[in-house]
Write a new protein. Structure first.
Length: 591
């Protein structure tokens, strides 16, 4: 959930079930080992508090808390402690939309504009600007990733305001071109739920999801009766109050590990829960189905509706089971969370933490791995099937096709010689050298352009899809690959943009964040410059860590976009009719 500006660095890349509460069926020696592991992890990583749970066969077989939910008052964390779960909220939004489809209120294949006609964002890729609900649920719609203005703040703007800002943007990518994580997309899906159900988002989730699954410690908004259970947040060891967010349906739910255990059991029981049926079996399977298999730029992670999955193998002395693990993670400033489950084994785990360092231990997969090893002697290992599919879809280039310019965030890479490619990243110089006359490269970086250092375990390559050439990074050991950039179509900076060069400050709607520990964009300053014929935008928010820059690609006389592939790329910078600039929900006036 946490908002991160994408500043790419080549050398730093990369069915009938008995439900219940905590059960003592797990053997005490295995419980001791899990207790010991997480006690040590929490101590080593200086995490204030965490809670974990394991489910198997429809039961919560293990649930425990570690450390403190409130260190000042000496209140220890336990299985009932409530934590923010961040982007795990998206899976609940997915469940709600599938429920509404079952009730005949909507169809996920429909354009969202059928239900929210006020959304009028334009596409620069096609004359048809319709956005399918299902594509939004799998992050393949091409909508922008986030709106910086108001993303984290004390008094968030309404989703109606967000839609108004989206209408000033263009789509970041064609539909089903790439997977690009979109918080703002899920924020709009929350508005869809309200529009077709006639209930506010939090009321709908409470009545139609939490109540049926007996999730008594979960909510979007809490009253005072929950105060004793709600964990404080900690950043750098200091207590903090979590800020609010605009995209409620993307990341504002809070829950406990016991409630999340009931939630996982619902999925593995094909929609059945303690107090009734949440979804039909068919809808559960639709949520878990891979929706990114046929997009233009495939991914190794398989994304469904508010859930993602990875192919894994479960290895024992007698056989190997090839299957998948499903779930979703979530991050805020202080809280980090993850839940994963293996449907075929009917086993899952959840980890919730209250500290910024919690991100270091919130791998539910690792918890499942330890549980299966300790209780059944099985090993959980990653599968390379998805990775091989990604590589197989790439088409080889010929050297002449590679020549040209590639722009990604703060780097401009001009390929003039396919044997050796040189570029600068800030104060550092990067040199890529071809291996054996191929279009596969190893790299070196000269820190401050003086100290040479090899880029370890990374290779780089050029590939094609259709007529487009792409630049990729690959882990030399695991072979996992990532699309970084695509070959630019050179376009001279028009006079309309040259007139806009200069310094700008934000005016109009600004949403302050009093206690944001970092990434505070309560205000925004921008400086537009032209370097070697390339527009560059220098950005500075309220906190020191928000200072960055990005190169810009000219689309038209009044629109530029941030370059690159994936999250926070293809974002619109627009010249407004009044002569001001628009960027990510901010209106900017020239000084």
């Amino acid at each position: 959930m946490k908002k991160r500006l994408k500043i790419t660095s080549l050398f730093v890349l990369f069915t009938s079930v008995i439900f219940g509460q905590a059960d003592s069926t797990i053997q005490s020696n295995w419980k001791f080992k899990i207790d010991s592991t997480y006690t040590e992890l929490i101590k080593m990583n200086k995490i204030t508090g965490a809670s974990i749970a394991i489910v198997q066969g429809g039961k919560i077989v293990y649930a425990e808390g570690f450390g403190f939910q409130n260190k000042t008052n000496g209140i220890k964390a336990d299985a009932n402690t409530i934590y923010r779960i961040g982007s795990i909220t998206k899976s609940f939004t997915g469940v709600a939309i599938m429920q509404l489809q079952e009730k005949g209120k909507l169809k996920v294949e429909d354009p969202i504009q059928n239900y929210l006609p006020q959304l009028k964002i334009q596409s620069r890729f096609t004359n048809d600007n319709s956005i399918r609900i299902c594509d939004m649920m799998s992050h393949t719609s091409g909508l922008p990733s986030d709106l910086t203005n108001g993303f984290f703040c004390d008094n968030p703007p309404t989703i109606d305001w967000v839609i108004e800002q989206l209408n000033k943007c263009t789509m970041s990518a064609p539909a089903r071109y790439q997977h690009s994580y979109s918080n703002v997309g899920y924020g709009v899906l929350g508005k869809l739920i309200e529009a077709v159900s006639g209930q506010e988002y939090d009321a709908y989730i409470k009545e139609h999801i939490f109540k049926i699954m007996d999730m008594k410690s979960s909510g979007v908004k809490f009253d005072e009766s929950y105060n004793a259970q709600i964990s404080k947040g900690y950043v750098d060891g200091k207590e903090m109050d979590e800020t609010q967010i605009t995209d409620i349906a993307a990341g504002l739910i809070s829950s406990s590990v016991l409630d999340m255990g009931n939630y996982m059991n619902m999925f593995m029981a094909n929609g059945k829960a303690i107090n009734g049926e949440v979804l039909t079996s068919n809808s559960i399977q639709e949520m878990m189905k891979n929706r990114t298999a046929n997009i233009t730029l495939p991914t190794t992670i398989e994304w469904g509706y508010g859930l993602y999955s990875n192919k894994i193998s479960i290895v024992s002395d007698s056989d190997t089971l090839n299957t998948k693990i499903v779930g979703h993670g979530g991050d805020t400033w202080a809280f980090h969370a993850d839940f994963q489950f293996i449907p075929e084994l009917n086993v899952g785990a959840v980890i919730l933490t209250n500290s910024d360092n919690g991100v270091k231990i919130t791998s539910a997969r690792n918890l499942i791995r330890q549980y299966l090893k300790e209780t059944e002697g099985k090993k959980l290992v990653s599968s390379l099937d998805s990775l091989n599919r990604v590589i197989a879809n790439d088409i080889k280039c010929v050297p002449s096709e590679v020549l040209g310019t590639y722009v990604f965030s703060g780097i401009r890479m001009d390929v003039k010689n396919v044997e050796k490619i040189k570029m600068n990243q800030g104060a550092h110089k990067i040199v890529l050298s071809a291996k054996n006359d191929s279009l596969v490269y190893t790299g070196k970086v000269k820190l401050f352009k003086l100290i040479p250092m090899k880029i370890k375990n990374q290779e780089f390559k050029f590939v094609k899809h259709g007529d487009q050439v792409y630049f990729k990074a690959a882990n030399a050991k695991t072979k996992a690959e990532e699309y970084i950039s695509k070959k630019s179509v050179s376009k001279e900076t028009p006079e309309s943009w040259r007139k806009m060069l200069g310094k700008y400050e934000s005016v109009g709607d600004k949403f302050e964040c009093k206690d944001c520990p970092y990434m505070d964009f309560g205000t925004l300053e921008v400086k537009l410059k032209e370097k070697k014929g390339q527009l560059v935008g220098y950005i500075k928010g309220k906190s020191k860590d928000t200072k960055s820059f990005t190169m810009l690609e000219v689309v038209s006389d009044d629109i530029c976009v941030t370059p690159g592939i994936g999250r926070n790329t293809g974002e619109t910078v627009r010249i407004l009719e009044n002569g001001n600039l628009f960027y990510s929900g901010f209106e900017l006036k020239k000084l």
